[in-house]
Design a protein. Structure first.
Length: 140
């Protein structure tokens, strides 16, 4: 038999606030790391054949690859409309601004709980592989 008032005391207790679980924290940290890597890469130039693009007077900025990478990410998860919708919404940093990889990474870092959870890890791993590939080509 329960003592009287036990239920009232339990009901009156303050409920602990939800703290992000390790998965959300990990997503946020990984997104920030990828953002830093992408920003470093974007400060460079792209190598063509055995020379960089600046030799020919044609400047190719790595920011120009944003659309290609975002398209790749959208197509990476066929049949997952929620992932494509998230990428489209999160990659636009401000109304009227063009979609950007930096915008997507900032959004994931700021609000990891909003990423479609079943695809959150694979989405960031695919992005990590894309950035690593560009870094590798840039280092040549």
């Amino acid at each position: 038999m329960k003592a009287q008032g036990t239920e009232a005391r339990r009901a009156g207790r303050a409920k602990p606030q939800a703290v992000p679980g390790p998965a959300e924290t990990d997503l946020s940290v990984l997104a920030l790391q990828l953002l830093g890597r992408w920003q470093r890469v974007c400060n460079g130039h792209v190598a063509f054949a055995n020379a960089c693009a600046c030799v020919f007077g044609a400047a190719v900025e790595l920011n120009d690859f944003d659309d290609l990478i975002l398209d790749y990410l959208r197509n990476k998860f066929p049949g997952r409309a929620e992932v494509a919708a998230y990428i489209d919404a999160a990659s636009v940093p401000a109304p009227g601004a063009p979609p950007s990889l930096k915008g997507l990474l900032r959004k994931v870092a700021a609000a990891p709980a909003e990423v479609p959870q079943a695809q959150a890890g694979p989405l960031l791993r695919a992005l990590e592989a894309s950035i690593a590939s560009i870094e590798e080509q840039h280092a040549k």
